[in-house]
Design a binder for this molecule. Structure first.
Ligand SMILES: NC(=O)c1ccc[n+]([C@@H]2O[C@H](COP(=O)([O-])OP(=O)(O)OC[C@H]3O[C@@H](n4cnc5c(N)ncnc54)[C@H](OP(=O)(O)O)[C@@H]3O)[C@@H](O)[C@H]2O)c1
Length: 328
């Protein structure tokens, strides 16, 4: 049985970073018919969490204040809504919440049955908590690039930018399950780390060679899984194959306009904005890849609940290596 009140972290306005995160006691949410109530064991942070606080997607998100941030959790089912069939009390699950509701930075949270997956015993709580948004995004981008994770299909040259980050480190591992040659960019301190994930070539983005994105072996990229920001089209363009595409995971207005213009002019090289609309079958798929040890969650740092603000500073810094975990 869940208590009536729980500890949670909320913010009440845009901006303010970690100092604006307030520790509060609020009512434990009531699961609807198609939801489960979870006792949260761990949450992971994503770059979009701090962007919502900064008001970058305003006025769409958050829908209202106060807002409990976070979308990714590992937890235990303590109550199941009346129509829930997949789970029962005591089940260990991984869940992805919508950005509209958030809710991860709390002792208890409600998850839709259709956005929760059983956590296999092979996956620890932090390993599981790292997966939802980042691994699903990597999976979606690579699927868009036509990568088949059983190694079949035509060979493709892939560039992955910010390969040391939450999305990027899963993207490198998943890309190498396919028939690919992977070039990756990261900072100098992570060159060996990203090679260890399976990348064939690694570029330090702070060197002039890295900034040019040129493959050391002269390959032209069929697809770029673009997890970094602020790289102009003019830098990508000469490095693409004749029909090369840049899948932009942080598309701004400029990217949307470039995409529209390239469509209108039937350009063969294209910038493709991509936003995750998660599907449960893909969630199950990536959890299974992790269960089978085909991909792993690399953890930047595990923060106790009492130091969640430090975790927030870390994700805001943009310098995480892998995933940032908050344990409850
Ligand atoms: N479209 C969608 O649906 C969707 C879903 C999820 C995430 N995203 C977006 O995808 C992006 C990546 O997310 P994330 O969670 O992976 O971020 P993250 O974990 O915060 O990425 C941090 C890593 O990126 C590296 N990095 C930063 N700038 C770089 C550059 N120019 N070149 C190479 N490496 C660089 C950093 O290395 P150093 O420390 O060495 O600088 C650090 O290791 C974010 O913008 C996020 O909002 C989009």
């Amino acid at each position: 049985m869940a208590p009536k009140l729980m500890n949670a972290i909320q913010y009440f306005r845009y901006g303010g970073g970690p100092a604006a995160l307030k520790r509060v006691k609020v009512a434990v949410p009531d699961p609807k018919a198609d939801e489960v109530l979870l006792k949260v064991e761990a949450a992971s942070l994503n770059a979009f969490d701090w962007k919502i606080q900064e008001g970058i997607p305003r006025p769409i998100l958050p829908r209202k204040f106060p807002y409990i941030p976070g979308t990714d959790v590992a937890g235990e089912v303590v109550q199941a809504g009346s129509s829930v069939k997949k789970f029962q009390v005591g089940d260990k699950v991984l869940a992805l919440f919508s950005h509209a509701t958030g809710g991860a930075l709390a002792e208890y949270a409600v998850a839709k049955e259709n956005m929760a997956v059983a956590r296999p015993p092979e996956l620890s709580v932090p390993e599981g908590a790292g997966l939802p948004l980042a691994a699903l995004t990597a999976h979606l981008a690579l699927t868009h690039a036509g990568i088949k994770f059983d190694g079949s299909g035509d060979r493709k040259n892939i560039l992955i930018t910010a390969a040391s980050g939450g999305v990027g480190h899963y993207a490198v591992q998943m890309a190498k399950l396919g028939n690919t040659h992977v070039t990756a960019t990261c900072g100098a301190r992570n060159l060996d780390f990203v090679k260890g994930l399976g990348a064939d070539e690694v570029l330090d983005y702070k060197t002039s060679e890295g900034a040019s994105l040129k493959s050391p072996s002269g390959k032209k990229y069929d697809y770029v899984i673009h997890c970094a920001m602020g790289i102009p089209w003019a830098t990508f363009e000469p490095n693409l194959s004749a029909t090369g595409k840049v899948i932009d995971l942080t598309p701004g207005l400029g990217a949307m306009m470039k995409f529209a213009m390239q469509k209108l002019t039937f350009s063969k090289k294209q910038l493709v904005p991509l936003i995750l609309f998660p599907k449960i079958e893909n969630f199950e798929y990536v959890v299974n890849l992790a269960k089978e040890r085909k991909i792993k969650t690399v953890i930047d740092l595990k923060h106790p609940w009492s130091e969640a603000e430090d975790a927030w500073s870390r994700i805001m810094s943009g310098h995480a290596t892998g995933k940032i975990i908050i344990e409850l």
